[in-house]
Write a protein that binds this ligand. Structure first.
Ligand SMILES: *Cc1c(COP(=O)(O)O)cnc(C)c1O
Length: 429
């Protein structure tokens, strides 16, 4: 494929935008080469500035579960825009989407809209800290919760319970309140809680991890966390920014039958516009301003365009009883096809899947946490795989630590074409 125009546009972008991108993972740093500039998209396909076409498995990193430029969503936004784009006052639309979200998701009474997943998790943690009157939080290595300071923390050397900043600009003061634990390892969580008795406000996690590849929770892991949280009087926060409205109407809480105390949303809930949200039962949500003392606000929060897109998306998902089965069947079909061709070409692999999330790891070792994900990403095969697929018109995320997102717009012909592309590329791996 020829990327002449993309290359020119990237050169121009780099002069006025840091690294030429408005979010680092778009820059292809992990795979080498230059990012591709997309001109438009429809259904399952992306079209770039040079006229190349791709089957898309990123789908804006998750929101577009029904495919690009999905008509009911686009129409809702266009109609709304004509009547004003933002008022900074309450609107009926905000109540309508809140009612629908509360009816779809188990165990929540109220929901607050924000503008991104980052805001949702940042606010959820503040609420948890305020509600419990404690400072420390537990997060898991490899789980991504957006870019606010409390989450840009990595495991420190030595002491199991001590985090250190993983970006300059995050203070040691902040880092000392974020404790790191190992995903899928209840014993480790227990140790961290024991070592910090009475100091932990909440445990936050991706109930199905999607930011170190797709890593489902081991049997009993979420139930065990629920128990530990009850035992230690700690709030459990499910960051469902990726999994919410994707794994099921009620997200991971519904799929695994485990209740979280606070749930965070983003991505699908905005239908492709900038939306995040967090939700909980009344007791906790009423602790938020203006009813309660924990402050949180937003000039554009709940703005009409974003709410129109989100509402149209949730309505589509809510009325289609088969959507989640259909997505799961497509994902299972892809999974089976990938295993076949990778086996045929003798490429060691380990594939994880849950609902419409799937990831391919190059190594035999099962990928169950950040350390195993990092080991299988370390062999360099992913770069070749990524660029090979791109040449065959298949666009997956440019990092070994990302999930593929299956959308309802993908046809079985698209999936077959993808499996054939993986066959061709994996011959060379
Ligand atoms: C994408 C993501 C976020 C951050 O959302 P933004 O809208 O990018 O700020 C937080 N948590 C999870 C699990 C995510 O996948």
């Amino acid at each position: 494929m020829i990327y002449k125009r993309s290359s020119e546009l990237f050169a121009a972008a780099k002069k006025v935008i840091p690294g030429g991108v408005n979010s680092p993972v778009r820059a292809f740093s992990a795979v080498g080469g230059e990012p591709i500039f997309i001109k438009e998209a429809k259904g399952a396909y992306l079209y770039d500035e040079d006229g190349n076409k791709y089957i898309d498995y990123i789908n804006s990193w998750g929101p577009l579960i029904l495919g690009h430029a999905y008509e009911p969503v686009v129409d809702a936004v266009v109609e709304k825009a004509k009547k004003g784009t933002s008022f900074g006052t309450p609107t009926q639309l905000e109540t309508t989407i809140a009612e629908l979200a509360v009816s779809m998701v188990p165990n929540i009474d109220k929901i607050r809209m924000v503008n991104s997943g980052t805001e949702a998790t940042m606010s959820a943690v503040r609420l948890a800290r305020g509600f419990k009157g404690r400072d420390k939080i537990i997060k898991f290595a490899g789980c991504y919760h957006g870019h606010s300071d409390s989450f840009l923390i990595q495991a420190g050397s030595g002491a199991v319970t001590f985090g250190t900043p993983n970006s300059p600009g995050v203070t040691n003061g902040t880092a000392k309140d974020t404790l790191l634990a190992t995903y899928n390892d209840l014993e480790n969580v227990k140790e961290v809680l024991e070592a910090n008795k009475g100091e932990v406000a909440c445990i936050i996690l991706e109930p199905v991890a999607g930011n170190m590849g797709c890593i489902p929770p081991k049997k009993g892991f979420l139930e065990g966390l629920r128990q530990l949280c009850d035992q230690h009087d700690v709030l459990l926060i499910f960051d469902e920014v990726m999994t919410g409205f994707r794994l099921a109407k009620g997200g991971a809480q519904e799929v695994y039958g485990v209740n979280a105390d606070i749930v965070c949303f983003g991505k699908v809930i905005g239908g492709g516009l900038p939306v995040g949200a967090f939700a909980a039962r009344n007791e906790i949500m009423d602790y938020l301003a203006p009813t309660g003392p924990v402050y949180q606000a937003g000039t554009l929060s709940g703005n009409p365009l974003a709410m129109a897109a989100g509402l149209a998306m949730l309505q589509e998902l809510n009325k289609d009883a088969e959507i989640y089965n259909r997505l799961e069947e497509k994902t299972a079909y892809l999974h089976k096809g990938l295993v076949n061709v990778l086996n045929r070409n003798k490429v060691a692999h380990s594939i994880n899947r849950q609902g419409s999330m799937i990831s391919v790891h190059f190594g035999e070792e099962p990928v169950t946490n950040f350390a195993s994900a990092a080991r299988s990403a370390g062999n360099g095969k992913f770069k070749k795989f990524f660029h090979g697929l791109l040449e065959h018109g298949v666009y997956i995320a440019p990092s070994a630590f990302e999930t593929w997102f299956i959308t309802d717009a993908l046809s079985y012909e698209d999936l077959d074409a993808t499996i054939e592309a993986v066959h061709q590329v994996s011959k060379e791996l």
